[in-house]
Design a protein around this ligand. Structure first.
Ligand code: SF4
Length: 348
């Protein structure tokens, strides 16, 4: 059988519409917990092919202006990007690898937090469901580094990417790692731009660190409860839809100290639940605007906060400072004084 090289995999994956492709050897995961290790999924794994597709800058235009939400969820998040544009390329790349006689596991980047506390199904195996931390896989494959905000940064697009991977027993030449600190210079624009105060300031000293091949990658220990509240529709400051559906309500996401899971438990029923049609609200939803974004966006998930600090403030800064390659004829992304609503909605 013909030899499969890293270059052949990369050329093929790019032809499938994937923007960035990197390769990690399995040794780079030696410090990964068993429940996140690629070899816990595929014990014979020798390489992980990590891929990224860009999120269009224009996916955020409507949210940045405060006028239009649906396309971010539909094109830039779960609707098509995570559920069609990327998986199609991942699947074709996995087929290509298997055509050379190597097994290829297409990976769906589910969240590591979703693992239920159940025991393993055979002695010595990791408990189900194993999930890799896809951003750390991105670092191991040389595609970029973790920004202070815990968002993955690339040289070409900054934070505007989503990631996925293929795990294989083909031995492929790994890519060089990106030098820590070469993209994120701790400017703190993400911290300043985050509406729920979820990203600590560097002065607070709250960090998470990992090591790969002697390089230390470190980022801010983000408060995921607050992040989830803002992102998934639990924060009145970033949701005109809460203001419409809940007059007289007050909730300050930046003052909460709850877990990510608790934040999901609050946000999802609040945003996606149905309620009887009343004289006060004929919609049949708890918050009609949030529920409709999920329905229009492919019914898998929905984005309300639109990553104001960790993505929009960050790529605005990285583009402006010439630290990333893709820039735009119209200059800076943030063109006007930015909007934020009150955490207290007006009474009727
Ligand atoms: S805005 Fe981006 S570059 Fe600046 S500290 Fe945050 S992650 Fe790093």
């Amino acid at each position: 059988m013909a030899t499969l090289t890293a270059q052949m995999v990369k050329d093929y994956a790019r032809k499938q519409g994937l923007d960035l492709v990197g390769i990690a050897n399995i040794e780079r995961f030696k410090d990964a917990p068993k429940r996140m290790h690629p070899a816990s999924i595929f014990p014979g794994a020798r390489s992980v092919i990590v891929v990224a597709r860009r999120i269009l800058r224009g996916n955020w235009r409507g949210i940045e202006e405060g006028t239009y939400w649906p396309n971010y969820t539909y094109f830039g998040y779960h609707g098509l990007l995570n559920s069609f544009f990327i998986p199609r390329g991942v699947y074709e790349t996995a087929c290509f690898v298997e055509d050379f006689g190597w097994e290829a596991v297409p990976y769906y980047p589910g969240p590591p937090e979703a693992q239920p506390p159940v025991g393993s199904v055979r002695p010595g195996a990791a408990a189900p469901d194993v999930h890799m931390a896809i951003r750390i896989v991105g670092v191991a494959g040389g595609l970029g580094e973790m920004g202070w905000s815990k968002v993955f940064l690339t040289k070409k697009f900054g934070p505007r990417v989503r990631l996925s991977a293929v795990i294989t027993d083909a031995e492929l030449e790994p890519d060089p790692l990106v030098e820590p600190g070469s993209l994120c210079n701790r400017c703190m624009a993400c911290t300043k731009g985050c509406p729920s105060n979820a990203i600590p300031h560097i002065k607070e000293g709250k960090t998470v660190k990992i090591q790969i091949e002697g390089k230390t990658y470190e980022w801010g220990d983000v408060d995921m409860g607050r992040c989830t509240l803002s992102y998934h529709g639990g924060d009145p400051r970033v949701s005109p839809f809460i203001h419409k559906s809940f007059p007289g309500y007050e909730f300050d996401a930046s003052k909460q100290s709850i877990s990510e899971d608790m934040a999901y438990k609050l946000c999802w029923p609040f945003s996606q639940g149905k309620w009887r049609r009343t004289e006060e609200d004929h919609s049949g939803y708890i918050i009609e605007g949030h529920a409709k974004i999920k329905e229009w966006g492919g019914d898998g998930s929905y984005g309300i906060g639109g990553s104001r600090g960790c993505m929009r403030s960050c790529f605005n800064y990285l583009e402006k400072s010439g630290k990333i390659e893709q820039t735009f004829e119209n200059g800076e992304f943030i063109k006007r004084p930015r909007w934020l609503l009150s955490h207290k909605t007006e009474s009727k």
